[in-house]
Design a binder for this molecule. Structure first.
Ligand SMILES: [Zn+2]
Ligand SMILES: [Zn+2]
Length: 263
């Protein structure tokens, strides 16, 4: 029996105590404990002594029982606390109804355009996270960095965009096991709801962005990749048709809705 149910049982008996005490008094009366003459079946002295003992010992018994149960409760909660501190999933959402909606940045890279995180991992618009460090991991693993990340606040993602001008804003929902971290979530799987494009050309920053174009980038250690950006009519005019995609075509490739930002 748990400490809590022991405590509840004890409280039930305390509630019954007045009835028991009245019954004891009635019994004492019937046995002649309160009559002027000592003519009952049991000597008056014994009845009186029994009543005194009852009145003093029963409450004492309750007090002792409460002390014992209280102490057991303390020990139990101390043990629970110890167990809790061993849990690495302290921040996991145990409520499946918790909505992990957020914002993040992604680049669009590859000949065939693909969503690509700033750390270089490529993913589909509806994907399960994979751990690049440990194939045994089913992300997110608390002590690892794997899983899909997203900021809770749009403004946090916007700020990050201002220091990563080649990236796009994504509006995402995260699912499965999730952790909260300082500014957002890290979770098992992700669905990209929409890609938010800049309203201005990503090159001249003046004219309205109209079309996606891809350029060949040289990275460190001989790595090269194709990166897609949104440009205006002027800044995209020199591109071959095979290096251009309309917003609708890009939306189809990525399997994501594309919307212009308000700014
Ligand atoms: Zn991992
Ligand atoms: Zn331009």
């Amino acid at each position: 029996m748990s400490v809590n149910s022991q405590r509840q049982r004890l409280i039930k008996w305390v509630r019954r105590y007045p009835v028991i005490a009245l019954s004891a008094l009635a019994l004492g009366y019937l046995l002649g404990g309160f009559s002027e003459t000592d003519d009952g079946p049991i000597p008056q002295q014994i009845v009186i002594t029994a009543l005194y003992l009852f009145i003093s010992l029963v409450p004492l018994g309750f007090i002792i029982a409460f002390l014992v149960v209280g102490r057991l409760g303390d020990l139990e909660s101390a043990a629970n606390k110890e167990k809790q501190s061993n849990l690495t999933y302290q921040d996991a959402f145990d409520l499946p109804s918790q909505i992990m909606h957020g914002y993040k940045l992604a680049m669009v890279t590859g000949r065939s355009p693909t969503l690509t995180g700033l750390t270089g991992d490529r993913y589909l618009s509806d994907a399960q996270a994979v751990c690049s460090e440990n194939p045994e991991h089913i992300p997110p693993v608390a002590e690892c960095e794997c899983g899909f990340y997203a900021y809770k606040e749009f403004t946090d993602a916007q700020f990050e965009l201002s220091i990563n001008p080649g990236a796009f804003l994504l509006d995402v929902d995260l699912f499965g096991l999730g952790f909260t971290y300082k500014n957002g979530f890290r979770a098992e799987s992700q669905v990209v709801n929409q890609l938010i494009t800049p309203s201005r050309c990503m090159r001249c920053r003046v004219l309205p962005a109209k079309v996606f174009v891809t350029t060949y980038r040289l990275g460190y250690e001989d790595t090269t990749w194709w990166q897609w950006q949104m440009r205006c009519v002027v800044c995209s005019s020199s591109f071959k048709p095979s290096d251009k995609l309309t917003v609708e075509q890009m939306a189809q490739h990525l399997a994501v809705k594309i919307n212009y930002s308000f700014s």
